[in-house]
Write a protein that binds this ligand. Structure first.
Ligand code: ASP
Ligand code: MG
Length: 404
């Protein structure tokens, strides 16, 4: 008997038929003698629809009310899933985040999990129930409903798997696992059997949308191994786990493209100590995540500072920067038509020549490199958006990732 945590994403529970399929899968695993805690997302599209309606009512809705609103998406799914299990004779009980003992901090819309009191879940498991938990939500110490950021059901699942010391954590989605590149763009992309937390994290934050990056960070921190797999078939998925020495044999594990980034350029920024600090303080205070920071060599006491932010935050960033820009007499411009392309692999730590191969391949397909940033296991370039898909295909081939 094993204790298994499963998470079903939005498309896996997208309609009544899909929910019945999920119930069948749960039933067969339980019939094999296992205990299950199942985390579910809102039906696909529901969260976006609720956000759109809120925005139609108010341009700037209160974050507390947004969390009240968005948490209903998952609450609908837990009840439907429990009912579907009852219909096939499986005892099941649904839990909201609060009922599951998920306590978070008070940061509405992007709360962090502080603790999980699993006593109630354990008691219900012991009685033979399957537990269905609403993902993406928790409760703060004052009893207020909070949500964990978009895609947060992944985090709920990983955190619960850690809290109840599950034997297995499975993240069910609509793709067979993590691929060497987006298979819709790179038709020779292959499913990866095993990947390290760090590689998964770099891919997740470089535009591969398989999982919420915060959840992967959490899994890494507490070493909670998990498998990403499809709820539409029974193929094995991708195992995400601690780095093993054998993983370094592969230099590049995957290629990711992110077209949802914007580039901000501050022209004529005074080149003296403290200016960059002011700029990034203002962005940090507005809770904007910045990536790829590049400052050119200063001339005549001024320099240009370029960095990237998520496209949806461009306006927020402009507003946050306006006072600083004014104060120092600089100028701000934004460019949204570009793509971030990344190659990721733990093998980069021990192999040389990755940058050379990457840049040569880009040159061969006529792509100019605008910005470059690196980590120990990743190289990212900012390039023309229109050429990003071609570049991804060429790079995939150049690093030997194409299907045999
Ligand atoms: N329903 C939430 C979202 O769409 C959480 C999730 O799906 O994981 O972001
Ligand atoms: Mg989701």
């Amino acid at each position: 008997m094993a204790l298994i945590v499963q998470k079903y994403g939005g498309t896996s529970v997208g309609d009544v038929e899909r929910i019945k399929k999920v119930a069948e899968r749960i039933k067969s695993i339980r019939d094999d003698g296992n205990q299950l805690v199942v985390i579910v997302s809102a039906r696909s599209g529901v969260t976006n629809e609720l956000i759109a309606r809120a925005k139609a009512i108010s341009a700037d809705p209160s974050e507390r009310e947004m969390d009240q609103l968005l948490s209903i998406g998952e609450q609908e799914t837990i009840a439907f899933t429990a009912m579907a299990l009852h219909a096939v004779g499986v005892p099941a009980i649904s839990y909201t985040g609060a009922q599951a003992g998920i306590v978070t901090d008070k940061a509405y819309t992007k709360a962090r999990i502080q603790s999980i009191d699993a006593a109630a879940m354990k008691a219900d498991l012991a009685k033979g129930n399957v537990i269905i938990v609403a993902g993406f939500q928790g409760i703060d110490s004052d009893g207020q409903t909070t949500t964990l950021g978009r895609g947060g059901s992944d985090l709920s699942a990983i955190a619960i798997a850690g809290a109840i010391k599950a034997d297995k954590c499975e993240i069910y989605t609509d793709v067979d696992g993590v691929y060497t590149a987006d298979p819709r763009v790179v038709k020779n992309a292959r499913k990866i059997d095993e990947i390290s937390y760090d590689e998964m994290l770099e891919l997740a934050s470089s535009g591969s949308k398989v999982m919420q990056s915060r959840s992967v960070e959490f899994a890494k921190k507490y070493d909670i191994q998990f498998e990403v797999r499809s709820s539409f078939n029974h193929n094995p998925g991708t195992l995400v786990k601690e780095e093993a020495a054998s993983m370094e044999k592969v230099v590049v594990r995957g290629v990711a493209v992110d077209k949802n980034q914007a580039k901000l350029i501050i022209h004529n920024l005074t080149d003296k100590p403290g200016t960059a600090a002011k700029v990034f303080r203002a962005l940090a205070d507005a809770n904007i995540v910045v990536d790829m920071i590049v400052q050119n060599v200063g001339h005549n006491g001024v320099a240009n500072l370029t960095f990237t932010v998520p496209s949806i935050e461009v306006n927020k960033a402009k507003q946050a920067l306006a006072p600083v820009i004014n104060e120092v007499g600089a100028k701000l411009s934004a460019q949204e038509e570009f793509a971030k392309l990344s190659v990721v692999g733990v093998g980069m730590k021990t192999h040389s020549g990755v940058a050379a191969t990457l840049f040569k391949t880009l040159a061969d397909v006529g792509v100019n490199i605008d910005l470059i940033s690196t980590s120990e296991i990743r190289i990212t370039v900012a390039i023309d958006q229109a050429k990003a898909d071609d570049a991804a295909r060429a790079i995939h081939t150049a690093f030997g990732l194409d299907k045999a």
